[in-house]
Design a protein around this ligand. Sequence first.
Ligand SMILES: [Zn+2]
Length: 293
Amino acid sequence: MCNGGLISRLLFCSALVLSSVGWAQSRLSVHWEELTAADFRSAIQQSQGTCLLPFGILEKHGPHLPLGTDLLNVRYAALHAAEQEYALVFPQYYFGQIFEARHEPGTVAYSAHMQLELLQETTDEMARNGCRKVLIVNGHGGNESLLPFFAQTQLEKQHDYVVYVLGLVETPPGGPKKKTSVDMHAGESETSKTLVSHPELVHMDRAASESGADLARLKLPDNVYTGIWWYARFPNHYSGDGSAATKELGEFEMKAWQDAIVNAIRAVKADDESLKLQNEFYEKAKHPLQTQP
Ligand SMILES: [Zn+2]
């Protein structure tokens, strides 16, 4: 394209180069920690105050996957989703619920009050910096009770922002057929996803070296819950068989996860009701006797 006389060619070509540099600079990173302070301000505008908090854990993942698997995978899905539908992504957050793996090497299990306080201070600080909508994207099964509970506690006192939680996402039908039926932790699905996000960290040759069978040691009805249930079923902190994993299944599941996060970001951006209703609720909660049906 850069033809014509020497002078006009120089001017035209340098204009092209400058405009492509300008374009590169105007593409803001989705990574909170990579932005300058001034670019952070633009990122809050561009995201309409919508920020993601991918939420993982440090725990054993069978004999073959890294301790940080849940966060590595949820960040892979969340970062790709945020690039598709712009949102700001908070840095690595590992501070969830994992008491059930305290008997295994490398598990970091903060006390219950610390988990809640750290999460509250984190979302408060995100909001103070302009994240009026904080979408926690969960990557770890052991957080599935903690996170809705945390969201409920936001009604305890007034907040000028909304916490949303996207729990673990079910894989839609239509993908590659799975070979295993027990598959809750470091098994076929999770290993497949890690083959996509971090193939260099998967030790497939070790995947069958421990049992991930369900020992089913408790005889209780399904609707009776007790904290030791997981250890009773999977004492090796391994559920399923990672050696059945394939990159093809991983790509299907990662795509489904990414799509679900994109949908959630769009829905959260469009939601103007939650904050309004929260404020109405906080106001009424100050004088419940005046609340009329
Ligand atoms: Zn996991």
